[in-house]
Ligand binder design. Sequence first.
Ligand SMILES: [Zn+2]
Length: 339
Amino acid sequence: MRSLRAKYALLGEELYLAEDVEIVIEGGKVVDVYETSKHTQNVLVMPSLINAHVHTADYSLLELWPEKGLEEIVDPRAGLKIRALEQEERLERYVWEVIKISYRRGTFALADFREQGEKGLEIGLRGSKGFPGYLPFARPPGNIWKAYGLGLPEMNYPQAFEYAKKFKEMNKPVAVHFAENKEEDLEELLKLEPDFVVHANFVPKEWLEELKRRNVAIAKCLRANAWFKLPNNLEEVMEVGVKLLLGTDNAGWTEPDLWRELEFAFLSLKERDEERARELLKAVTVNAQEPLKLPWKVPLERGSNWPLLLLNSKPLRPGSSPYIALVKGRLPIESLVVP
Ligand SMILES: [Zn+2]
């Protein structure tokens, strides 16, 4: 049995802010959380972070083609990126590099949208060296059934429907890039029954409402969109209340760092308050539980077996909002504790 006494903790599904808490860990999970009058460490404890959308192998293409547009780079068949990845023989080490960077910055799980079908999945699995938070979302063609999930580059991708159906049958998550740089057909998308979509930038409000009704989450990747000069509808997504996730997308162009993503997201909102900051923190933690079908219990409460993130809370002053300090990346990371 281990016990952790912290000045602050973000508890449960709503990341409720508690002060002076003792967290008791036993047998690989949190067995108790309660207020304490004993001396506490100057730390804030929260669930470690989840990156809902990243392409790790892009790290091999760091800052290439700055003058090119999205379509020319990422087209899944003829884009510059897919051709370059096909020629790179040591992609595994970039996968591992991104996992390491993520871990150091408090991200334990990453949904890696692997290119190159079966071959790409194998590269991801080798590169990740069995890291438990590595969640490869593979795309067709080939034998990709051992992937964690299906990650389609677009909804009309060859064999999209057959693969989506089989992944659903296996109770594995299905995700699709959707309406990144143009409007796309919602009806067609819904036939794939995705658990979450990536981007959804060009979506009228009624469609956001429909996605919410169908319990389809949206993974926004705002810095990647900004880099490719695409609009940002975060305000509307949050206003409608679609389940929000955040991802860092192409590791070649946007650093796989969710703190930067959080700050960018927060600053891109017109209204910035504690409530919005808390919603964004949920997007990188508890919100991912259901759409990513995570096998851990993420919220920090009794029974949680998800790694805890400890941040130094010394910078906080009386009256400081820990939520806002967090989304601005102001609390230094101390460690990640696996129950
Ligand atoms: Zn992507």
